[in-house]
Ligand binder design. Structure first.
Ligand code: SAH
Length: 530
């Protein structure tokens, strides 16, 4: 990527690919990350347009934008770039295939802003790949033509169907469904065989992908019998008849749409796992995570961290915010010294690992109750240092601490969110443990959903919604209300399920292991049964 000059920004015209957001190029992704303004076509997958609030301005053009609307948007892009902004003009498929690229390049040239084009996977390539069709073939197709099926009558260079009919290879019609009758009859009239194989591929690479196999002679009749919804391409030629089995590698979640509701910046791993299994992933954060309103209690606890026997983390966010604060204030991990570390579950333990720390304690069940009893069992009784001993280190810890501090009660620092359950602190206190709690991050509900997510849910297009905590459950119920019943809910744990059930939204599946991976597995198991 060229770096834009100081004063003027740059417009990257980026091909978003045919639908599946994973088919965007890495270069395209880097452009999006840098962009301050993103102007996208309607067909672009929403996952590419969701960014943390306030980070970028996103404009989505309507499906059939008028010339005046397109010109106005080009002017807006030009002005933003001239003001020094990095702009991405995100177009479906490849920017150079039926995408009015020249019109826009000309507008940006007139505006005097530098432009760079980033190619994308065009619909023909995606549709062919997903149906196992090779667009060229040594014996059957020496050329490929990308053809518009929706030719403007006033076109300067009209299509010559006589030439197309004798074209020595594969024809791929874009925008070709509505006028399939016209162009197929024209090809037949100019001598292309009625038996020429045809594959209609609709919504290639999305959960709604559908394929219709036909022949040039039967195409119109078949389309009437089995209507295909746009966008679709029609592949015409011998190659379309070669492999007729598009389900050679069925993935367990192919065709399944999942709305992932984890907070911004924390959904990537789960989204990747879901799309590797064939699902189409949509995003709607239910909760926003941010800095606590007041860092003083954390700073104060960090000052005297050695006074605590245990540091207890009840979420990966707690780990991240607490340790980042320690590092930001110039400290390093040695400050934690002999303090033992407890994590509520494997996700929290994994977050500790990222900081090169191992959890000394992980409860058998990943919930506050289980963590409380594990801690109580693990904290050595001062009168008998072997009781509940976790190994030599526990005994050492007890000796040093009892030497420095006469109080016999073990001390625990609980790192938590600005809201959440108090079970852990209550149970530990009841067992005689001295508990101090600090709020290391703020968690707030996202009030309104993205309009396109709401519309998709209303239309019954979302198959599953992930519910990864009780707080997420409550926020989703507020956000969507009865609409939540339009999709199946997968809950992370019995505690989250309880919140859902009590509010009248029983989950269709519950994770056996209380982690995001557990939720993915629960969806796979439930889909198998359907
Ligand atoms: N620049 C785009 C094409 C835009 S024209 C590209 O390179 O793919 C819009 C047409 O593209 C649609 O009418 C349809 O023919 C085709 N198209 C776009 N996305 C598609 C998809 N996911 N599956 C099948 N056809 C698609």
């Amino acid at each position: 990527m060229n770096s834009p000059s100081q004063s003027t920004g740059c417009v990257y015209i980026v091909g978003a690919g045919p639908g599946d957001p994973d088919l965007l190029t890495l270069k395209g992704w880097r452009c999006l990350e840098q962009a301050e303004l993103i102007v996208a076509d309607a067909l672009v997958h929403p996952a590419l347009l969701i960014w943390p609030p306030g980070e970028k301005q996103v404009i989505v053009l309507p499906c059939h934008a008028e010339a005046s609307q397109r010109a106005a948007v080009c002017r807006q892009i030009g002005e933003a770039a001239r003001a020094g902004k990095t702009v991405v003009r995100l177009k479906g498929g490849d920017p150079g295939v039926f995408a009015r690229l020249h019109e826009e390049l000309e507008a940006f040239r007139r505006a005097g802003v530098p432009c760079e084009i980033v190619p994308g996977v065009t619909a023909a390539a995606a549709a062919a790949a997903l149906t196992g069709i090779s667009l060229t073939d040594a014996a059957r197709a020496s050329a490929v033509a990308l053809v518009t099926g929706h030719e403007r009558r006033e076109k300067k260079v009209p299509l010559d169907y006589a030439q197309l009919a004798s074209f020595p290879g594969t024809l791929v019609f874009y925008m070709g469904i509505a006028r399939a009758g016209e162009w197929s009859r024209a090809l037949l009239a100019h001598g292309r065989s009625a038996e020429t194989p045809v594959a209609v591929v609709s919504r290639a690479t999305t959960a709604g992908q559908a394929v219709l196999r036909s022949t040039l002679g039967r195409l119109v009749e078949d389309l009437e019998r089995r209507p295909i919804s746009p966008p679709a391409v029609v592949i015409v030629g011998e190659v379309a008849g070669l492999i007729a089995d598009e389900s050679r590698h069925p993935l367990p979640l192919a065709g399944v749409r999942v709305l992932v509701t984890r907070p911004e910046g924390q959904s990537a791993a789960m989204a990747q796992r879901l799309s590797a299994l064939g699902a189409e992933v949509w995003h709607q954060p239910a909760i926003e995570i941010g800095q606590p309103d007041d860092w003083r209690p954390v700073d104060d606890a960090l000052q005297r961290i050695e006074q605590f026997d245990w540091l207890v983390f009840s979420s990966p966010n707690g780990v991240r915010y607490f340790l980042e604060r320690l590092l930001a204030r110039g400290g390093d991990l040695r400050r934690l010294g002999p303090t033992r570390l407890a994590a509520i579950g494997p996700g929290t333990a994994a977050e500790l690992r990222r900081y090169h720390l191992a959890a000394d304690l992980l409860p058998e069940e990943f919930c506050a109750e289980s963590l409380a009893s594990a801690l109580i069992a693990a904290i050595p009784d001062k009168s008998d240092s072997r009781k509940g001993d976790l190994g030599p280190r526990a005994a050492e810890t007890v000796e040093t601490q009892s030497a420095g501090r006469p109080s016999a009660a073990p001390r625990v620092l609980l790192v938590r969110a600005s809201r959440g359950r108090d079970v852990l602190a209550e149970q530990l206190r009841a067992a005689g443990v001295e508990v101090e709690q600090v709020v290391a991050y703020r968690s707030t509900d996202v009030a309104t959903p993205e309009p396109r997510n709401r519309a998709a849910l209303e239309a019954g297009k979302i198959d599953w919604i992930t519910v990864s905590s009780s707080a997420v459950a409550r926020s989703l119920i507020k956000m969507f209300g009865p609409l939540l019943r339009r999709a199946r809910l997968v809950s992370i744990s019995p505690i989250t399920s309880k919140v859902l059930i009590e509010s009248g939204f029983p989950p269709a599946a519950e994770a056996a292991e209380y982690t995001p991976t557990g939720m993915v597995e629960a969806i796979v198991a439930a889909e198998k049964r359907l």
